[in-house]
Design a protein around this ligand. Structure first.
Ligand code: EPU
Length: 418
C-alpha cells in the first residue's frame, strides 16, 4: 500500500489546474448505456472511480478505451443488466446504472450498496422514482431487481434532495413514454452537466439546475462526440483551502467560480483574499484566519464534500467555529485524526465545535474516506513537522494526482510504499 508523506509548513505559490469532475463523469458514463454507438468525452479525470466505472461498463458489454483524459465508450454490444457486488462495494456510484439498465432492457439486477464511512446512504428515493415510472422492484440476495413492461412518465416528488437519485430517474425517464416531472430535484452543477449530455444525445429535458425538472421521454438516444466534462468544483475548493494555509498564493485554473460561491464567501469572511478571473480563481491566504460557522446544505449551499477540508482550516483559525453537517450527519471520521495532530474539536450531535489552535503538529494519520483524506493532506501541509497519511487509496478515488499538483507549487509531499 502507499502512504503520502508531507513535510509541513511550506508556502505554496503558482498555478494549478483542476481536472474534470468525478461526480459529473460517473453519471455521464452511465448515460452511454441508453444509446447504441460510439460516445467520446474529453477532460476525463484519471481516478480509480472512473476506472471502476470502466470495469462495470465492460462487464455490461461495452467497449471502452481511456487515455490522456479522453474516453471512448462503444455501447453497441451492451447485453448484460447485472452490476455485481464486487464492483458496487468499491464504489457506491455504481448504483447509477440502475436507471439506464431498467430503461434499456426493461430489467436490471444491481447490487445494493452496503455501509459507508460517511454514514447511512439509502437508495429508497431511486426505487420510489423507478416504481412511479412503472417498474416493479424487489430486493433479493442483496440485489435490487427491477422489471417493467414499459416505462411511463409520472410525477416524482423526492422526499429528500438526492443527487444520484435525481440523476438515476432523469436517465431512465429520458427513454420512456410521456412526460416525467421531478419535484424537489437536486440542483447540483453535476446534474446540469448530465442533462446537457442527455440533451445532446437527443433527450428532451427542461429545468436542470432548478428543483423542478421536466423530461419528455423519447424512443431512442444517439451517441455523442467530444463532450467536455465540467471541471471538478470540489477539487477546486480543496485547492482553495490549500491556498488559504501558510499564507500561500495559488491561481487555480480551469474552474468555475459560479460553482464555488458559497465556499468563496466563507473564505472571504475568514480573511482569505479571493480574485476571480476568466476561468481561474486566485486565492491568497492571510496571517490571521478568523473563525466562521458552516452549515452544509444541498447546492447552492455549502457542500458536504467540502466540510472536512474547511474543518482543517478552521482548526487553525482565531476563535471558535461551529460546523454543522446536515447531509450526512455522521460524516466526522476525520475529526479524531485531526485531534491526533493537536486540533481542538468536539462533536455535539451533527455539529463539530472547533476551537482554533496556534499550530498543529505532524503525525501518522489514517484516511477513512475520500474527502476526509483530502482534509488530512491539507492538515499535513499546515502542520509542523512530518505527517504520514495512510490508506491514500481513498484519495485516489476522487483526486487526480493531488500530491503531484501540490508538489508542483512548492509542497514537500511524496509517496512511499508501506
Ligand atoms: N438519501 C435518502 N434516500 C435516497 C437517497 C439519498 O434518504 O434514496 C439521503 C442521503 O442519506 C443523504 C441525502 O439524501 O442524507 C443526500 O444524499 P444524495 O443522494 O444526494 O447523495 P449521493 O447522490 O449518494 C452524491 C455525491 C456525493 C455527495 C452527495 C451530496 C456522487 C457520485 N456522489 O452522493 O459525493 O456527498 O451527493 O452532495 O455524485 C464524494 O464525492 O466524496 C461524495 C460522497
Amino acid at each position: 500500500m502507499e502512504k503520502i508523506v508531507i513535510e509541513g509548513g511550506t508556502r505554496l505559490e503558482g498555478e494549478v489546474r483542476v481536472s474534470g469532475a468525478k461526480n459529473a463523469v460517473l453519471p455521464i458514463m452511465a448515460a452511454c448505456i441508453l444509446n447504441e454507438g460510439v460516445n467520446t468525452f474529453t477532460n476525463v479525470p484519471d481516478l480509480s472511480d472512473v476506472r471502476t466505472m470502466i470495469k462495470l461498463l465492460k462487464i455490461l458489454g461495452a467497449e471502452v478505451e481511456y487515455e490522456n483524459e479522453k474516453l471512448k465508450i462503444d455501447s453497441t454490444n451492451i447485453d448484460n443488466w447485472e452490476a455485481p457486488y464486487d464492483l458496487v462495494k468499491t464504489m457506491r456510484a455504481s448504483v447509477l446504472v440502475l436507471g439506464p439498465l431498467t430503461a434499456r432492457f426493461r430489467k436490471s439486477r444491481v447490487s445494493l450498496p452496503g455501509g459507508c464511512a460517511i454514514g447511512e446512504r439509502p437508495i429508497d428515493q431511486h426505487i420510489k422514482g423507478l416504481e412511479i415510472l412503472g417498474a416493479k422492484t424487489k430486493l433479493e440476495e442483496g440485489y435490487v431487481e427491477t422489471s417493467a413492461k414499459v416505462l411511463k412518465g409520472g410525477v416524482i416528488p423526492f422526499d429528500v434532495s438526492t443527487v444520484t437519485g435525481t440523476e438515476n430517474i432523469m436517465l431512465s425517464a429520458s427513454i420512456s413514454e410521456g412526460e416525467t416531472v421531478l419535484l424537489n430535484a437536486a440542483c447540483e452543477p453535476e446534474v446540469v452537466d448530465l442533462a446537457n449530455v442527455l440533451i445532446k444525445m437527443g433527450a428532451k429535458i427542461e429545468g436542470a439546475g432548478t428543483d423542478i425538472i421536466t423530461i419528455e421521454g423519447v424512443k431512442k438516444l444517439n451517441p455523442i462526440k467530444d463532450y467536455e466534462i465540467m471541471p471538478d468544483r470540489i477539487e477546486a475548493g480543496t485547492l482553495m483551502i490549500a491556498a488559504s494555509l501558510n499564507e500561500s498564493d495559488l491561481t487555480i485554473k480551469n474552474c468555475k467560480f459560479e460553482h464555488l460561491g458559497n465556499l468563496a464567501g466563507k473564505l472571504i469572511q475568514a480573511g482569505v483574499e479571493i480574485k476571480r478571473d476568466n476561468g481561474s480563481i486566485r486565492v491568497k491566504g492571510s496571517k490571521e484566519i478568523t473563525s466562521t460557522d458552516i452549515s452544509t446544505l444541498p447546492y447552492p449551499g455549502f457542500p458536504t464534500d467540502m466540510q472536512a477540508q474547511m474543518m482543517t482550516l478552521m482548526c487553525l483559525c482565531q476563535g471558535m467555529s461551529i460546523i454543522t453537517e446536515n447531509i450526512f450527519p455522521q460524516r466526522f471520521m476525520h475529526t479524531s485524526e485531526l485531534r491526533r495532530m493537536g486540533a481542538d474539536i468536539k462533536i455535539v450531535g451533527n455539529s463539530a465545535v472547533v476551537r482554533g489552535v496556534r499550530e498543529i503538529s505532524g503525525a501518522p494519520i489514517m484516511a477513512s474516506d475520500l474527502r476526509a483524506s483530502a482534509s488530512l493532506v491539507l492538515a499535513g501541509l499546515a502542520a509542523k513537522g512530518k505527517t504520514e497519511v495512510l490508506r491514500v487509496y481513498h484519495l485516489d478515488r476522487g483526486y487526480e494526482q493531488l500530491d503531484k499538483k501540490l508538489e508542483a507549487v512548492g509542497a514537500k509531499i511524496w509517496r512511499e510504499e508501506y
